[in-house]
Design a protein around this ligand. Structure first.
Ligand code: AHR
Length: 330
């Protein structure tokens, strides 16, 4: 009996060993070629943004520069900022220096519309996208990635609509225009003329270069030349209106003697409305930093973007000026 049991145990053992020996060996899977790693999404920390600011001619411009500096600091964007002192050649050399440094994006607020083709081509050749900011350029849209800013023609039309209400029986007015050849001055002048009633005549138009310092003497000369002949003045920006009001006060005129409309909606413009000098202020928004950096990041990540992004703006009036002034950011 014992022998039979031992024989059975040996048989089981032989069977188990045979089974283990015949089992297919676990062979490691052949190495697969690694899947291509998805390109890591770029973040604001990867962005070097070049902003060759055109100058510091107005409160609007100061607010625009602050918007870029504050947004860059908040988002961790490296900002290369310069001030071209209203000279196109300075903006072009600042752009060339940025191209040499290999920045990620250039945001260009062009002082004038023409003369950008060569440097835009250089940026294109270096694969650096250019976002045109605020004013427009006359270059073909294929030369830049996008434009973000105001519709200057609409601002001119809105200003004309105010004069049509202020002078329903017509009259003579003067225009203090912005920097000659700038998209802001060209667009505002165009829209203004398109929408102004035929019974309102523009007797004269001179540039005050968007500054208080130049607005004042232009207004002084106007008041001498057209004394007693004018009912209103259109200003392409608030700074020129502020300079001109000094001349108007010095000439002995009182608030309301001339109907006046300006563009920007700065705190200075609001104060002119509160003091009775300005009857309407057409908004032009300078706080473009967040929108430009958002677009810049999209470009860096190869995302599709809107070619023309126009800012949503309105018109302000004296009746709400005192209430709104404390809320104004510029
Ligand atoms: O391009 C925007 C214009 O430039 C603003 O109206 C003016 O104030 C600034 O200087």
């Amino acid at each position: 009996m014992k022998i039979a049991k031992l024989f059975a145990a040996v048989l089981v053992l032989i069977f188990v060993l045979a089974a283990v020996g015949c089992a297919p060996k676990a062979t490691p899977a052949p190495a697969q070629p690694a899947a291509p790693a998805a390109a890591a999404k770029k973040t604001y920390a990867d962005m070097t943004l070049c902003y060759p600011q055109l100058g510091a001619e107005s409160d609007w411009r100061t607010a625009n520069s602050a918007s870029f500096k504050e947004t860059a600091a908040k988002l961790g964007v490296k900002l290369i900022f310069s001030d071209a002192q209203q000279k196109q050649e300075n903006q072009i050399s600042a752009m060339r220096s940025c191209i040499q440094q290999g920045v990620s994006v250039i945001a260009l607020p062009p002082v004038v519309e023409t003369g950008w083709d060569a440097v835009l081509q250089e940026a294109k050749d270096a694969n650096i996208p250019v976002i045109v900011v605020d004013r427009s350029v006359s270059a073909d849209p294929s030369m830049y990635a996008a434009h973000i800013g105001s519709d200057m023609v609409i601002e001119g039309k809105r200003s004309a609509a105010e004069f049509n209400k202020l002078l329903p029986n017509g009259g003579n007015i003067l225009e203090l225009s912005g920097t000659t050849g700038s998209g802001a001055a060209v667009g505002r002048a165009k829209g203004f003329r398109e929408a102004l009633n035929a019974n309102i005549k523009i007797l004269d138009s001179q540039t005050g270069n968007f500054t208080r310092a130049e607005g004042k003497p232009v207004m002084e000369a106007f008041l001498k030349k057209y004394a007693g002949q004018i009912q209103g003045v259109f200003f392409h920006n608030d700074d020129m209106a502020i300079g001109a009001v000094e001349a108007i006060k010095a000439a002995g005129l009182k608030p309301g003697d001339l109907k006046m409309v300006s563009v920007d909606g700065t705190r200075g413009g609001f104060q002119l409305m509160i003091d009775g000098w300005l009857q309407a202020d057409v908004e032009c928004n300078p706080l473009l930093g967040p929108q430009v950096m958002d677009l810049g990041l999209k470009l860096m990540n190869g995302e599709t973007i809107v070619k023309e992004a126009l800012t949503d703006e309105s018109v302000y009036y004296p009746d709400k000026a005192a209430e709104l002034l404390p809320t104004r950011k510029y």
